[in-house]
Write a protein that binds this ligand. Sequence first.
Ligand SMILES: Cc1cc2nc3c(=O)[nH]c(=O)nc-3n(C[C@H](O)[C@H](O)[C@H](O)COP(=O)(O)OP(=O)(O)OC[C@H]3O[C@@H](n4cnc5c(N)ncnc54)[C@H](O)[C@@H]3O)c2cc1C
Length: 410
Amino acid sequence: MAEDVRAALLGWLLDAWDPELSLAGWRKRLAAAGWAAPTWPARLGGRDLPASAASLITAALAEFGAVGPPEGVGMSLAAPTLLQHGSGELQTRFLPPTVTGEITWCQLFSEPGAGSDLASLQTRAEPDGDEYLVSGQKVWTTSAHHADYGLLVARTNCDAPKHHGLTCFVLPMKQPGVEVRPLRQANGHASFNEVFLDGARIPASFVIGDVDGGWRVALTTLAHERRAAIPSPPAVHREGRVWREAAQEALHIRAPYRWYPQRAGRVDLLVPRALVTGRAADPYVRQELARAVTLAWTTRWTAQRAAAARKLGKPPGPEGSLGKLASSNVARAACAAHLAIAGPAAMLTGPDSPAGGVIAEIILSVPAVSIAGGTDEIQRNIIAERVLGLPKDPTLDAPVPFRDVPKNRS
Ligand SMILES: Cc1cc2nc3c(=O)[nH]c(=O)nc-3n(C[C@H](O)[C@H](O)[C@H](O)COP(=O)(O)OP(=O)(O)OC[C@H]3O[C@@H](n4cnc5c(N)ncnc54)[C@H](O)[C@@H]3O)c2cc1C
């Protein structure tokens, strides 16, 4: 089956690939043939292939030298959420331009007072004729500064308990009621934003799922976030308009993710750095290095075992939270090994610093892995309760209307 799919794609590419098309033109062709999102249903431009086919097709596109679909929040979070919960109208309106990269997305979930406890969010959406008016503040919104649409969770009912009065929306970002302010991080990049919503308008038909049923929709998005791959720059750059425009896209759209390989700890650099710096014989360095590499390999094998189980048709298990937690451990172990190799010079940045500043960027970026997409502590709670069947974490949540829940002013 895998070989048949690969052969079919490579055969199609021989005829269809034209490097002088525009990037959007090429992606439209890719999507029309069902190869841009092959795991989607055929009625929405996919090929009904199993999830296991996705990585195979990505690899075959790269092997042939053809540009693939866009990466980022659109394909990894917005599309699966719309596929599962969106109305037919939302799916036909938003999925095609998402798969071609003509529209981009951000995820408007976290607020100053609602991160791990997302259901405490206070952004309000009030019906106003055939629209909703939205007011409140979101924060840590990756890529909001160039997103066309936001996947928004807002409170529509303060009389219901906190998990029951939330609704998910598609929010058009380019409108007067939406103000995006970039935040600069310790590592020098500006990936996140504060987003201030002041009477922002959303058509009522842009509700995803049921009004007041947004928690279920948000859980779908979060499950995909735990599994999402970190977007990486294209491995190859070839001749032709498609590649030139893909490189331009990479400059702008992927800029917020430039440091993401560093936040994962750069295990790939450990052995070469130990050898080139002459530190490979140091017992402490060897121990730290072996620890990081062992963790990275066992994590990869766990992921492969989960992928193999899915291929056999077994339902997804706890690997989302286990994998997320493991990636934090790998990143921290790799960071410790990089520190052991570089010593105090790890703090230096600039062209003559270790690995041209990459080591310093690793150290400043690694903590983000254990926060983004749900913190380590939250993953441990999920594993304890849903995998090990331990008693639930004590909670202050009471089945009272959200308006009666004590909260900080937001
Ligand atoms: C790289 C990155 C990208 C991000 N991108 C986005 C984005 O695009 N959109 C978006 O909406 N958000 C985004 N976020 C925000 C992210 O989802 C939140 O930071 C995260 O959910 C944690 O919330 P918080 O920062 O409010 O921390 P808090 O929830 O306030 O947590 C503070 C500390 O308390 C601990 N804690 C909280 N509750 C419990 C508990 N029940 N048991 C044990 N310990 C607990 C936490 O583990 C943490 O250590 C991003 C964050 C990062 C780092």
